[in-house]
Design a binder for this molecule. Structure first.
Ligand code: TMP
Length: 214
């Protein structure tokens, strides 16, 4: 089972991933949690290039290729071996992030993004994608607070420096993608409490498991 978590900055996915993993483990699943970018040692180097705010000159195409390179390594080193071993993979961001950020955010061509996805991932697709939907203003407020409190490093703040309009396009992009693939997506309102979000996710995952969709 391959489950991905998506959403704009500050939407709270990272807070939930371990709790979801614990729930699945307590139900007998062998769970691997992972993330993009930066889950492999090669990926960590790519991540530091992508998120460093000093790298203002990275072109949208270069950015797209770097996310693709990170994903190619991640799939071959982490995701596919785990899925082949019958494990559940919980991934903090995956290819929908590229469609939302590089497609809707940067305005890169959808066909190009899809072509790269096919080269990198082949037929691999998440069985379930949980979209943490949030107003970008609230999300950015949360991330800036995390940056001020040292919970997130300044050297990983390149996307936080983007204008509000960029984040609005990303949010709307995610919603448009989710609208097109209603079966795969579960949208959760990320403005409610952590506990309520967790409960909603657990209910949805349990329902899908009962229906043999997961
Ligand atoms: P995060 O690990 O804190 O979520 O930061 C990753 C950043 O990278 C976040 O701003 C979203 C961005 N991103 C893309 O733009 N495209 C992608 O394909 C992925 C996976 C992430």
């Amino acid at each position: 089972m391959f489950v991905t978590l998506e959403g704009i900055e500050g939407s709270g996915k990272t807070t939930q991933i371990e709790a979801i993993a614990q729930f699945l483990r307590s139900n007998g699943n062998d769970v691997v949690t992972t993330r993009e970018p930066g889950a492999t040692s090669t990926g960590k180097k790519i991540r530091s290039i992508l998120l460093d705010p000093d790298n203002i000159s990275i072109s949208p195409l270069c950015e797209l290729m770097l996310y693709g390179a990170d994903r190619a390594q991640h799939i071959s080193e982490v995701i596919l071996p785990a899925l082949k071993a019958g494990k559940t993979v919980l991934c903090d961001r995956f290819a929908d992030a590229t469609a939302a950020y590089q497609g809707f955010g940067r305005g890169l061509d959808t066909q190009l993004i899809n072509d790269i996805y096919k080269i990198v991932a082949g037929k691999l697709k998440p069985d379930l994608t949980i979209l943490f939907d949030l107003d970008p203003l609230t999300g950015l407020e949360r991330t800036f607070k995390a940056l001020r409190h040292g919970e997130r490093h300044q050297n990983e703040s390149r996307f936080e420096q983007e204008h509000l309009d960029f984040h609005k396009r990303v949010r709307n992009g995610y919603l448009a993608i989710a609208h097109k693939e209603k079966e795969r997506f579960f949208i959760v309102d990320a403005s409610i409490s952590k506990e309520e979000i967790f409960e909603k996710i657990i209910l949805e995952v349990s329902k899908r498991k009962d229906q043999n969709k997961l």
